[in-house]
Design a protein around this ligand. Structure first.
Ligand SMILES: C[C@](O)(CO)[C@H](O)COP(=O)(O)OP(=O)(O)OC[C@H]1O[C@@H](n2ccc(N)nc2=O)[C@H](O)[C@@H]1O
Ligand SMILES: Nc1ncnc2c1ncn2[C@@H]1O[C@H](COP(=O)(O)OP(=O)(O)OP(=O)(O)O)[C@@H](O)[C@H]1O
Length: 289
Protein backbone atom coordinates (compact mmCIF):
# COMPACT_ATOMS: atom_id res chain seq x y z
CA UNK A 1 0.00 0.00 0.00
CA UNK A 2 1.27 3.49 -0.93
CA UNK A 3 0.39 7.03 0.10
CA UNK A 4 1.50 10.39 -1.33
CA UNK A 5 1.75 13.29 1.13
CA UNK A 6 2.63 16.93 0.43
CA UNK A 7 5.11 18.70 2.70
CA UNK A 8 4.88 22.48 2.16
CA UNK A 9 7.56 24.98 3.18
CA UNK A 10 6.91 27.79 5.68
CA UNK A 11 7.96 31.40 5.91
CA UNK A 12 8.12 33.50 9.08
CA UNK A 13 6.17 36.73 8.48
CA UNK A 14 7.44 37.79 11.87
CA UNK A 15 9.98 36.27 14.25
CA UNK A 16 10.65 37.71 17.70
CA UNK A 17 12.82 36.31 20.49
CA UNK A 18 11.73 37.20 24.02
CA UNK A 19 14.51 35.61 26.09
CA UNK A 20 17.03 32.79 26.32
CA UNK A 21 15.73 29.84 28.36
CA UNK A 22 17.61 27.76 30.90
CA UNK A 23 17.30 24.70 28.57
CA UNK A 24 19.37 26.48 25.88
CA UNK A 25 16.40 27.23 23.59
CA UNK A 26 14.92 30.69 23.06
CA UNK A 27 11.41 31.78 23.93
CA UNK A 28 9.94 32.96 20.61
CA UNK A 29 6.86 34.68 19.20
CA UNK A 30 6.51 33.91 15.49
CA UNK A 31 3.85 34.31 12.81
CA UNK A 32 4.30 31.44 10.37
CA UNK A 33 2.48 30.56 7.19
CA UNK A 34 2.76 27.70 4.70
CA UNK A 35 3.48 28.39 1.02
CA UNK A 36 2.85 26.27 -2.05
CA UNK A 37 6.46 25.20 -2.52
CA UNK A 38 6.36 21.60 -1.33
CA UNK A 39 8.31 18.36 -1.08
CA UNK A 40 6.42 15.23 -2.14
CA UNK A 41 6.66 12.26 0.18
CA UNK A 42 5.74 8.75 -0.95
CA UNK A 43 5.13 6.26 1.84
CA UNK A 44 5.08 2.54 0.97
CA UNK A 45 4.45 -0.23 3.51
CA UNK A 46 7.24 -2.81 3.74
CA UNK A 47 6.98 -6.41 4.94
CA UNK A 48 10.35 -6.17 6.64
CA UNK A 49 10.55 -4.23 9.94
CA UNK A 50 12.77 -1.36 8.69
CA UNK A 51 12.56 2.37 7.90
CA UNK A 52 14.12 3.09 4.52
CA UNK A 53 14.75 6.64 3.24
CA UNK A 54 15.43 7.44 -0.40
CA UNK A 55 16.01 10.81 -2.03
CA UNK A 56 17.80 11.93 -5.17
CA UNK A 57 19.05 15.08 -3.40
CA UNK A 58 22.63 14.60 -2.20
CA UNK A 59 22.17 17.07 0.71
CA UNK A 60 19.37 14.96 2.23
CA UNK A 61 20.60 12.32 4.71
CA UNK A 62 19.30 8.78 4.07
CA UNK A 63 19.55 7.51 7.66
CA UNK A 64 18.44 8.33 11.22
CA UNK A 65 19.68 11.93 10.80
CA UNK A 66 16.75 12.54 8.45
CA UNK A 67 13.83 14.17 10.31
CA UNK A 68 11.40 12.07 8.24
CA UNK A 69 13.15 8.92 9.53
CA UNK A 70 12.88 10.25 13.09
CA UNK A 71 9.14 10.87 12.62
CA UNK A 72 8.54 7.27 11.46
CA UNK A 73 10.74 5.89 14.23
CA UNK A 74 9.03 7.82 17.00
CA UNK A 75 5.57 6.55 15.90
CA UNK A 76 6.93 3.01 15.54
CA UNK A 77 8.35 3.02 19.07
CA UNK A 78 5.47 4.81 20.81
CA UNK A 79 2.77 2.61 19.22
CA UNK A 80 4.83 -0.59 18.90
CA UNK A 81 4.27 -0.81 15.15
CA UNK A 82 5.87 -3.96 13.76
CA UNK A 83 5.61 -2.99 10.09
CA UNK A 84 8.27 -1.17 8.07
CA UNK A 85 8.02 1.73 5.63
CA UNK A 86 9.90 3.12 2.66
CA UNK A 87 9.92 6.94 2.60
CA UNK A 88 10.74 8.47 -0.81
CA UNK A 89 11.45 12.20 -0.60
CA UNK A 90 11.14 14.31 -3.75
CA UNK A 91 12.99 17.39 -2.56
CA UNK A 92 11.69 20.67 -3.99
CA UNK A 93 12.29 22.87 -0.92
CA UNK A 94 15.90 24.12 -0.75
CA UNK A 95 17.86 22.45 2.08
CA UNK A 96 19.10 24.39 5.16
CA UNK A 97 17.29 27.43 3.82
CA UNK A 98 15.11 28.69 6.70
CA UNK A 99 12.02 27.18 5.06
CA UNK A 100 11.56 24.21 7.46
CA UNK A 101 11.99 21.62 4.70
CA UNK A 102 13.13 18.84 7.03
CA UNK A 103 10.50 19.72 9.64
CA UNK A 104 7.75 19.66 7.03
CA UNK A 105 8.91 16.26 5.72
CA UNK A 106 8.74 14.96 9.31
CA UNK A 107 5.26 16.42 9.80
CA UNK A 108 4.06 14.90 6.51
CA UNK A 109 5.37 11.48 7.60
CA UNK A 110 3.51 11.84 10.94
CA UNK A 111 0.23 12.65 9.12
CA UNK A 112 0.78 9.97 6.48
CA UNK A 113 1.79 7.11 8.77
CA UNK A 114 -1.04 7.99 11.16
CA UNK A 115 -3.30 7.04 8.24
CA UNK A 116 -1.27 4.18 6.75
CA UNK A 117 -0.67 2.49 10.11
CA UNK A 118 -4.24 3.25 11.30
CA UNK A 119 -3.12 4.98 14.52
CA UNK A 120 -6.18 7.26 14.82
CA UNK A 121 -4.29 10.21 16.32
CA UNK A 122 -5.60 13.79 16.07
CA UNK A 123 -3.58 16.71 14.61
CA UNK A 124 -3.13 18.00 18.19
CA UNK A 125 -1.65 14.64 19.27
CA UNK A 126 0.63 14.52 16.21
CA UNK A 127 1.80 18.10 16.92
CA UNK A 128 2.82 17.12 20.48
CA UNK A 129 4.80 14.17 19.11
CA UNK A 130 6.30 16.46 16.43
CA UNK A 131 7.76 18.77 19.09
CA UNK A 132 10.05 15.90 20.16
CA UNK A 133 11.63 15.99 16.69
CA UNK A 134 12.16 19.77 16.31
CA UNK A 135 10.70 23.15 17.23
CA UNK A 136 9.17 23.80 13.76
CA UNK A 137 7.55 20.35 13.38
CA UNK A 138 4.39 21.12 15.43
CA UNK A 139 3.51 24.07 13.18
CA UNK A 140 4.19 21.95 10.08
CA UNK A 141 1.78 19.26 11.35
CA UNK A 142 -1.08 21.81 11.12
CA UNK A 143 0.11 24.08 8.29
CA UNK A 144 -1.94 27.18 7.42
CA UNK A 145 -1.12 30.33 9.38
CA UNK A 146 -0.37 30.46 13.10
CA UNK A 147 1.17 32.24 16.04
CA UNK A 148 3.90 29.98 17.44
CA UNK A 149 5.18 30.57 20.99
CA UNK A 150 7.22 28.67 23.58
CA UNK A 151 10.23 27.38 21.68
CA UNK A 152 7.95 27.33 18.62
CA UNK A 153 5.80 24.33 19.52
CA UNK A 154 2.76 26.10 21.04
CA UNK A 155 0.49 26.80 18.08
CA UNK A 156 -2.51 29.12 17.86
CA UNK A 157 -4.35 29.13 14.53
CA UNK A 158 -4.76 32.44 12.67
CA UNK A 159 -6.85 33.34 9.61
CA UNK A 160 -5.28 33.27 6.13
CA UNK A 161 -3.20 36.40 5.36
CA UNK A 162 -4.28 38.81 2.59
CA UNK A 163 -3.71 37.32 -0.87
CA UNK A 164 -0.35 38.19 -2.48
CA UNK A 165 2.67 36.71 -4.23
CA UNK A 166 5.67 35.47 -2.28
CA UNK A 167 8.96 35.63 -4.21
CA UNK A 168 11.72 33.57 -2.63
CA UNK A 169 15.42 33.78 -3.42
CA UNK A 170 18.01 31.52 -1.84
CA UNK A 171 21.71 32.34 -2.03
CA UNK A 172 24.07 29.41 -2.52
CA UNK A 173 24.90 28.93 1.17
CA UNK A 174 23.40 26.87 4.00
CA UNK A 175 22.90 28.34 7.47
CA UNK A 176 23.02 26.56 10.84
CA UNK A 177 19.98 27.55 12.92
CA UNK A 178 21.78 26.72 16.20
CA UNK A 179 24.70 28.99 15.24
CA UNK A 180 22.44 31.96 14.44
CA UNK A 181 20.50 31.66 17.74
CA UNK A 182 23.81 31.33 19.61
CA UNK A 183 25.12 34.61 18.15
CA UNK A 184 21.93 36.57 18.89
CA UNK A 185 22.33 39.25 21.59
CA UNK A 186 18.87 39.26 23.22
CA UNK A 187 19.57 42.52 25.09
CA UNK A 188 19.90 44.63 21.92
CA UNK A 189 16.97 43.29 19.91
CA UNK A 190 14.53 45.64 18.20
CA UNK A 191 11.28 43.72 18.60
CA UNK A 192 8.72 43.46 15.78
CA UNK A 193 5.10 44.26 16.68
CA UNK A 194 3.51 40.78 16.72
CA UNK A 195 0.10 42.07 17.91
CA UNK A 196 -0.11 44.50 14.98
CA UNK A 197 0.90 41.75 12.55
CA UNK A 198 -1.95 39.57 13.87
CA UNK A 199 -4.31 42.55 13.49
CA UNK A 200 -3.21 43.07 9.87
CA UNK A 201 -3.82 39.40 9.07
CA UNK A 202 -7.21 39.33 10.79
CA UNK A 203 -8.38 42.48 8.99
CA UNK A 204 -6.76 41.38 5.67
CA UNK A 205 -4.87 44.70 5.58
CA UNK A 206 -2.06 44.03 3.08
CA UNK A 207 -0.28 47.38 3.55
CA UNK A 208 -0.25 47.00 7.33
CA UNK A 209 1.03 43.40 7.00
CA UNK A 210 3.92 44.67 4.84
CA UNK A 211 4.74 47.32 7.45
CA UNK A 212 4.75 44.79 10.30
CA UNK A 213 7.11 42.11 8.93
CA UNK A 214 10.22 41.66 11.07
CA UNK A 215 12.76 39.01 12.02
CA UNK A 216 15.23 39.51 14.88
CA UNK A 217 17.55 36.81 13.47
CA UNK A 218 17.99 38.76 10.23
CA UNK A 219 20.79 41.08 11.39
CA UNK A 220 22.77 38.13 12.78
CA UNK A 221 22.66 36.26 9.46
CA UNK A 222 23.25 39.44 7.40
CA UNK A 223 26.39 40.25 9.38
CA UNK A 224 27.78 36.76 8.66
CA UNK A 225 26.71 36.46 5.02
CA UNK A 226 26.82 39.73 2.99
CA UNK A 227 25.30 37.91 -0.01
CA UNK A 228 21.98 37.73 1.90
CA UNK A 229 21.97 41.53 2.29
CA UNK A 230 22.72 41.88 -1.43
CA UNK A 231 19.75 39.69 -2.38
CA UNK A 232 17.50 41.70 -0.03
CA UNK A 233 18.59 44.87 -1.78
CA UNK A 234 17.94 43.37 -5.23
CA UNK A 235 14.41 42.26 -4.30
CA UNK A 236 13.67 45.78 -3.00
CA UNK A 237 15.16 47.35 -6.10
CA UNK A 238 13.09 45.21 -8.48
CA UNK A 239 9.96 46.48 -6.70
CA UNK A 240 8.69 44.13 -3.94
CA UNK A 241 6.35 45.76 -1.41
CA UNK A 242 8.38 44.41 1.52
CA UNK A 243 11.38 42.08 1.95
CA UNK A 244 12.40 39.83 4.85
CA UNK A 245 14.63 36.87 5.62
CA UNK A 246 12.76 33.67 6.60
CA UNK A 247 13.71 31.85 9.83
CA UNK A 248 17.46 31.78 10.39
CA UNK A 249 18.00 32.26 6.64
CA UNK A 250 19.53 32.45 4.17
CA UNK A 251 16.32 32.51 2.04
CA UNK A 252 14.86 35.98 1.57
CA UNK A 253 11.26 36.57 0.51
CA UNK A 254 9.48 39.56 -0.98
CA UNK A 255 5.72 40.17 -0.86
CA UNK A 256 4.06 41.56 -3.97
CA UNK A 257 0.41 42.17 -4.68
CA UNK A 258 0.27 42.77 -8.43
CA UNK A 259 0.92 40.10 -11.10
CA UNK A 260 2.82 42.43 -13.46
CA UNK A 261 5.21 43.54 -10.71
CA UNK A 262 5.64 39.89 -9.62
CA UNK A 263 6.82 39.02 -13.15
CA UNK A 264 9.28 41.91 -13.14
CA UNK A 265 10.79 40.98 -9.76
CA UNK A 266 10.91 37.26 -10.65
CA UNK A 267 12.63 37.81 -14.01
CA UNK A 268 15.05 40.32 -12.51
CA UNK A 269 16.08 37.94 -9.75
CA UNK A 270 16.49 34.96 -12.08
CA UNK A 271 19.47 36.66 -13.65
CA UNK A 272 21.04 37.19 -10.27
CA UNK A 273 20.31 34.15 -8.11
CA UNK A 274 19.98 30.46 -9.07
CA UNK A 275 17.08 29.45 -6.78
CA UNK A 276 14.08 31.74 -7.23
CA UNK A 277 10.41 30.78 -6.67
CA UNK A 278 7.15 32.70 -7.08
CA UNK A 279 4.47 31.10 -4.93
CA UNK A 280 1.24 31.77 -3.01
CA UNK A 281 0.55 31.37 0.69
CA UNK A 282 -1.66 28.38 1.54
CA UNK A 283 -4.56 29.66 3.61
CA UNK A 284 -5.90 26.32 4.79
CA UNK A 285 -4.72 24.03 7.58
CA UNK A 286 -4.07 20.36 6.78
CA UNK A 287 -6.92 17.96 7.45
CA UNK A 288 -6.77 14.31 8.43
CA UNK A 289 -8.88 12.56 5.81
C1 LIG B 1 14.43 29.56 13.05
C2 LIG B 1 13.15 28.76 13.03
O1 LIG B 1 13.15 27.89 11.90
C3 LIG B 1 11.99 29.72 12.84
O2 LIG B 1 10.79 29.09 12.45
C4 LIG B 1 12.96 27.94 14.30
O3 LIG B 1 12.96 28.77 15.45
C5 LIG B 1 13.99 26.84 14.44
O4 LIG B 1 13.31 25.64 14.39
P1 LIG B 1 14.07 24.22 14.18
O5 LIG B 1 15.03 24.32 13.07
O6 LIG B 1 12.98 23.19 14.13
O7 LIG B 1 14.88 24.16 15.54
P2 LIG B 1 15.37 22.90 16.41
O8 LIG B 1 15.77 21.80 15.49
O9 LIG B 1 14.34 22.61 17.46
O10 LIG B 1 16.63 23.54 17.09
C6 LIG B 1 17.84 23.76 16.44
C7 LIG B 1 18.69 24.66 17.33
O11 LIG B 1 18.21 26.02 17.25
C8 LIG B 1 18.23 26.65 18.52
N1 LIG B 1 16.85 27.06 18.87
C9 LIG B 1 15.78 26.59 18.20
C10 LIG B 1 14.50 27.00 18.52
C11 LIG B 1 14.35 27.93 19.58
N2 LIG B 1 13.13 28.37 19.94
N3 LIG B 1 15.43 28.39 20.24
C12 LIG B 1 16.68 27.98 19.89
O12 LIG B 1 17.67 28.43 20.50
C13 LIG B 1 18.79 25.64 19.49
O13 LIG B 1 20.17 25.90 19.59
C14 LIG B 1 18.59 24.31 18.81
O14 LIG B 1 19.57 23.39 19.17
N1 LIG C 1 14.09 15.55 5.31
C1 LIG C 1 15.11 16.41 5.30
N2 LIG C 1 15.23 17.33 4.33
C2 LIG C 1 16.26 18.20 4.34
N3 LIG C 1 17.23 18.22 5.26
C3 LIG C 1 17.17 17.35 6.25
C4 LIG C 1 16.10 16.41 6.33
N4 LIG C 1 16.28 15.69 7.44
C5 LIG C 1 17.38 16.14 8.03
N5 LIG C 1 17.95 17.12 7.34
C6 LIG C 1 19.18 17.85 7.74
O1 LIG C 1 18.74 19.06 8.36
C7 LIG C 1 19.53 20.18 7.94
C8 LIG C 1 18.62 21.41 7.88
O2 LIG C 1 17.75 21.24 6.80
P1 LIG C 1 16.32 21.95 6.62
O3 LIG C 1 16.09 22.03 5.15
O4 LIG C 1 15.27 21.29 7.42
O5 LIG C 1 16.67 23.38 7.24
P2 LIG C 1 15.81 24.67 7.47
O6 LIG C 1 14.87 24.90 6.33
O7 LIG C 1 16.76 25.78 7.75
O8 LIG C 1 14.97 24.37 8.77
P3 LIG C 1 14.29 25.38 9.79
O9 LIG C 1 13.67 26.49 8.96
O10 LIG C 1 13.24 24.51 10.48
O11 LIG C 1 15.36 25.87 10.72
C9 LIG C 1 20.12 19.77 6.60
O12 LIG C 1 21.39 20.27 6.45
C10 LIG C 1 20.10 18.24 6.60
O13 LIG C 1 21.37 17.71 6.91
Amino acid sequence: MKLLVKAPAKINLSLDVLRKRPDGYHEVEMIMTTIDLADRIELALLDSDVIKITSLNRFVPDDQRNLAYQAANILKEKFRVKKGVEIKIEKNIPVAAGLAGGSSDAAAVLRGLNKLWGLGLTLDELAIIGAEIGSDVSFCVYGGTALATGRGEIIKELPAPPVCWVILAKPFIGVSTADIYKRLDVETIEHPNTEKMIESISSKDYDLMCECVGNVLENVTLSLYPEVAQIKEQICKFGADTVLMSGSGPTVFGLIQHDSRMNRVYNGLRGFCDQVFAVRMIGQRHTLD
